[in-house]
Design a protein around this ligand. Structure first.
Ligand code: NAD
Length: 358
């Protein structure tokens, strides 16, 4: 039976980068015998234009039928004045909720050739390869009660986690550490917050089930400092929604190249949504300038985490590495040097894949 992959191009540069993912899938099919079928649906502004809703029912049904979803990006100035529930970004939030995508995986990997793009000194970040596992559907963003009281100068939110919610994201962290370098750092604020003490207790309880993983704990303020001081000390970090939101953006900037960062959001069945960290980049949309590598690295994550193809994932990542090593760059990572367009970069990755297949 072939894997079902749903393509959701979205807005701005989304269609251009998803087209390159489709091209790469074609090569994986032809040259590596990978059996898959694709479907496509509208999301974001494109869906609003066609159906008056950024996440129509037909798209939701297609999401539930897919093994993996490749999502480009949504949003753009044309939609900024719409009411909040009609805006493209609300389609993405509804998709996450509908699929119960509680585990957000954000790798921050620095290819050696791009070390100069980081805002840190190259010697601190060369070879950086860390993964942040962020809880995505709970914590303070969703906790009840929440309110702006009758007094307009007072408002509150509540950080709530149940042991079950902590346990499932902690397991995602332990399992990721098993696949990688065997080190897991759980980030909390247990010195101040009761919810963080529960977090730490639950993570500790699970540790004996993963004897091959070395577990440590760190307060979030120290974690922010350590990520800038010596980021390579980490392998996998697991943390709650709010802390993960902040730390994953911080870690992303360590690599300096927004066009290079993939992400995955998984549910309990390991079905997932795979998307670049960047947005729809309206300033370069339709100009064949977007870097498609974050999208292609997101496809590699889909192959690894939802589609049971870890070897194809590694092959695709190696092909991307070899393209960078050969000096080929899109404008965002070219540091003023010669640059390929979106399509030419996709084609370069396809050529590297064909070459590897022999
Ligand atoms: P952005 O990530 O779209 O762009 C920021 C800057 O990075 C721009 O200069 C852009 O040209 C550049 N950039 C981004 N991706 C690139 C790529 N692949 N190759 C080369 N350059 C790239 O962020 P923004 O400008 O703050 O937001 C634009 C729109 O995207 C907004 O409507 C925002 O709401 C939306 N957005 C969507 C998502 C998503 O779909 N997941 C995420 C973030 C922002």
């Amino acid at each position: 039976m072939s894997d079902k992959i749903l393509l959701l191009p979205g807005d701005g540069i989304g269609p251009e980068i998803v087209a390159e993912a489709e091209r790469v899938l074609g090569v994986l099919g032809e040259a590596y015998g990978y059996a898959y079928e694709t479907d496509r649906a509208l999301v974001g502004g494109a869906a609003y234009d066609a159906a008056g809703d950024p996440f129509p029912q037909v798209t939701e049904s297609a999401c539930h039928a897919a093994d993996a979803i490749l999502f480009g990006a949504v949003g753009g100035p044309a939609y900024d004045a719409l009411p909040r529930d009609k805006r493209p970004e609300s389609g993405l939030l509804r998709m996450r909720a509908s699929l119960d995508l509680f585990a957000n995986l954000r790798p921050a990997k620095l290819y050696p050739e791009l070390a100069a793009a980081s805002s840190l000194k190259p010697e601190l970040v060369a070879g950086l390869d860390i993964l942040i596992v962020r809880e995505l559907t709970g914590g303070i963003y969703f906790g009840q009660p929440r309110a702006q009281e009758d007094n307009p100068r007072r408002a509150y939110n509540t950080m709530v986690y149940s042991a079950e919610e902590i346990s499932r994201i902690a397991r995602a962290g332990f399992e990721a550490a098993q696949r990688r370098g065997g080190k897991l750092c759980s980030v909390d604020k247990a010195n101040v917050l009761e919810v963080s003490q529960l977090w730490r207790d639950v993570v500790e309880e699970l540790a004996p089930e993963y004897p091959d993983v070395t577990l440590s704990h760190m307060y979030v303020d120290n974690a922010a400092m350590q990520l800038v001081r010596d980021p390579r000390q980490f392998d996998v970090l697991v943390t709650g929604n709010l802390f993960g939101d902040i730390l994953s953006d911080l870690a992303a900037m360590l690599t300096g190249s927004i066009g290079m960062l993939p992400s995955a959001s998984l549910n309990a069945d390991s079905r997932g949504l795979y998307e670049p960290v960047h947005g729809s980049a309206p300033d370069i949309a339709g100009q064949d300038k977007a870097n498609p590598l974050a999208m292609l690295l997101s496809l590699a994550m889909a192959l690894r985490h939802s589609l049971g193809q870890p070897e194809l994932a590694a092959t695709l990542e190696a092909a991307i590495g070899s393209v960078l090593a050969s000096g080929q760059r899109t404008a965002d990572i070219a540091a003023g040097g010669p640059a390929l367009g979106t399509r030419a970069m996709g084609e370069a990755v396809c050529a590297a894949l064909r070459e590897r297949a022999g």
